[in-house]
Design a protein around this ligand. Sequence first.
Ligand SMILES: Cc1ncc(COP(=O)(O)O)c(C=O)c1O
Length: 477
Amino acid sequence: MRQRASQPLGISHALPVSGGALDECGPQQHFRGMTNVDHRPTAAPMDALWMPFTNNRAFKAAPRLLASAHGMYYRDQDGREILDGVSGLWCVNAGHGRAPITAAIQEAAATLDFAPPFQMGHPLAFALAEQLSTWLPPGIDRIFFTNSGSEAVDTALKMALAYHRAVGEPARVRFVGRLRGYHGVGFGGISVGGIAPNRDTFAAQLLPHIDHLAHTHDPSRNAFSRGRPAFGAEFADDLERIVREHGAHTIAAVIVEPVAGSTGVLIPPVGYLERLRALCDQYGILLIFDEVITGFGRTGAAFGATTFGVRPDMMTLAKGITNGAVPMGAVCVDRKIHDAVVDHAAPGIEFFHGYTYSGHPLAAAAGLATLRLYEDEGLLARAATTAPLLERAAHALRGQPYVVDIRNIGMVAAIELAPRPGAPTARAQEVFLECFRRGVLVRQTGDTVAIAPPLIVSEAQIEQIMGTVGEVLGRIA
Ligand SMILES: Cc1ncc(COP(=O)(O)O)c(C=O)c1O
């Protein structure tokens, strides 16, 4: 090992945090119980870490380092409180440092650190799959674990191919995504995804046989909609164009996010998902909902499928499945898909796919504890009752400088800004940075500022998040 001139990060490991009930998540109490913790980096070298989806050079010139988290708050390396307006990265739906999840992870680590998932099993993974199946739309009750949303998406695409082969339609190899869609960063995910910068560098090696539906963002008709926009169900008919061009018999699956999150929170117009479902039924095409962001209360119910009353054939999940505490993803499929691939296969391994850490004991334990916490605290119901407060506070920003659209559903909202001439995305980036400086974490995506707080957020905290965004908008150029 090479010697380094400077010390490594001076981070000691946190002792388990105490508390975690909603009433303990206020700014005064939220670091109760954290003793002997010093997460402050000491002159840490930063060169070795190549950061994901980050402007590495700018970050390392002016780092933003988080040291601890509890309830609704992060604390940064200087001990400053940061109100979390985006659930970390759309994943910490029950708030940070929740004691039952921490305890479950600790117990799992002490009991069974690892179990091989190929040709072996362990009880927690089966228990989580059983439990999760009771949350899903009826009939979607076969679950395959992955470690991330990206892996869940690529797994789902493979399953779609395997299904069509199993039922005697091997010509169905084409996937249909949607412009502006985000489905993670695997080659499958970026191929069906529709965000140009995520694809451009890799364009020469994207999957073949991919098409994209038109996106649904139509501010000329729908700007400042509250909840589902009224206009745009007909965007689903774009699938007919692809069917005409290639023939339905070549199309394996359509994959969409019920609410497109990472591109800037695009809410499906009234009737759109229903129409997409009807067209997929008509043409024998599988419909995949990528619910990595929309799962676990974000849209005001368990899943986007629940909120919008449309049942897909497959769902991809991640993030909120473990409250962000341990990496995990899942593909949840209609039983007919599982049975076609598994029950009708020749003896032996039925599906040549899997990950060393599929259903890892720590992730499964975290998932079980998370589902229990969502239930015990009624967090999904709480999301539905808090949603109108978020809607009101978001739309109060209408009329602030540069605001060209505000969108919301459930516990997610977006403020879209006019791009600065010659410097698109710069305004929203400045809003993100200045909000952080003022102690509020929001997410910037393109020219949009996204807000998706943990479901435990209080009305006062919603006001603080939106109020800070509003103040900052008044100060940028
Ligand atoms: C809809 C959707 N799918 C997939 C992913 C990828 O998930 P991960 O970053 O866990 O790979 C994301 C991440 O934000 C997402 O929003």
